[in-house]
Design a protein around this ligand. Structure first.
Ligand code: IPE
Ligand code: IPE
Ligand code: MG
Length: 239
């Protein structure tokens, strides 16, 4: 019996996901919000495996925004601990699966121990040529644009072009997301990849992140496959 292979369109190289709805998922079950983050972590792992298996080149997951520090201290501490343990527990397996791990965001906002764990995981996987897994942590789209502008300004260049600026973003040299998914029912960007999603196809799912499995992801991919990306041109020009 042959298994039907899921269809992955050729023009889909980079998927970015705003993993939202962990807190509500836990509360619906009478559990503490943080239990939702734990369950959400399992999903993140499953998504990375699925994307790797299906030959997707890049997966970018929004794990912690620059605004999430405003959450109750207990929740922030839990998230930081979860991040540190996951880096420690998962990096060997990621490495085995040829995943290259990259943390995008303001790393200096983390404590020294976490910064070291990040460096170690990135270093271990840096030469891998499988899936590029980007975890956006302490990331804000506005921060990204501002830090890029600072770098260009420091070089003394006055005429700032789009190309120069995008080369200094944390995602420099990486193709922009083809598909951006947000789970959890909200339809907003929440300061994710503001510059890079200029022409991404958007997909919103009501599923709370811990319920968003690989079938749900494939549904989003199938929806993407039906769309015509015009980048400003007319349909006739693209026929
Ligand atoms: C997303 O889930 C994870 C993070 C922002 C860290 P939430 O924690 O925002 O879950 P809801 O939106 O409150 O349900
Ligand atoms: C966006 O979710 C950030 C992450 C998923 C990491 P939020 O839950 O923080 O977004 P808002 O506050 O509802 O816009
Ligand atoms: Mg939320």
């Amino acid at each position: 019996m042959s298994e039907i292979k899921p269809y992955i369109p050729e023009n889909l190289q980079h998927i970015a996901i705003i993993m939202d709805g962990n807190g509500r998922w836990a509360q619906k079950r009478g559990k503490k919000r943080v239990m939702g983050h734990k369950a959400g972590m399992e999903r993140a792992r499953e998504m990375a495996e699925y994307c790797g298996e299906q030959g997707i080149k890049i997966l970018t997951l929004f794990a912690f925004s620059s605004e999430n520090w405003k959450r109750p201290q207990e929740e922030v501490t839990f998230l930081m601990d979860l991040f540190a343990t996951s880096l420690k527990n998962e990096s060997k397996k990621l490495h085995k699966n040829k995943v290259k791990l990259s943390i995008i965001g303001d790393k200096f906002g983390f404590d020294r121990r976490l910064q070291k764990a990040i460096d170690k995981a990135e270093d271990l996987t840096k030469d891998n040529d499988g899936l590029l897994l980007q975890i956006a942590a302490n990331y804000g789209g506005r921060w990204d644009i501002a830090q890029a502008a600072t770098k260009v300004a420091k070089s003394g260049i006055i005429e700032i072009t789009e190309e120069l600026l995008s080369e200094e973003l944390v995602t420099a040299e990486i193709v922009e997301p083809d598909l951006m998914i947000r789970t959890g029912g909200e339809q907003r960007i929440s300061n994710f990849l503001l510059w890079q999603t200029a022409y991404s196809e958007l997909y919103f799912s009501d599923a709370l992140w811990p319920d968003f499995n690989s079938d749900e992801l494939q549904k989003a991919i199938d929806d993407f496959a039906k769309r015509q990306r015009r980048f400003g041109q007319t349909s006739e020009q693209l026929d």
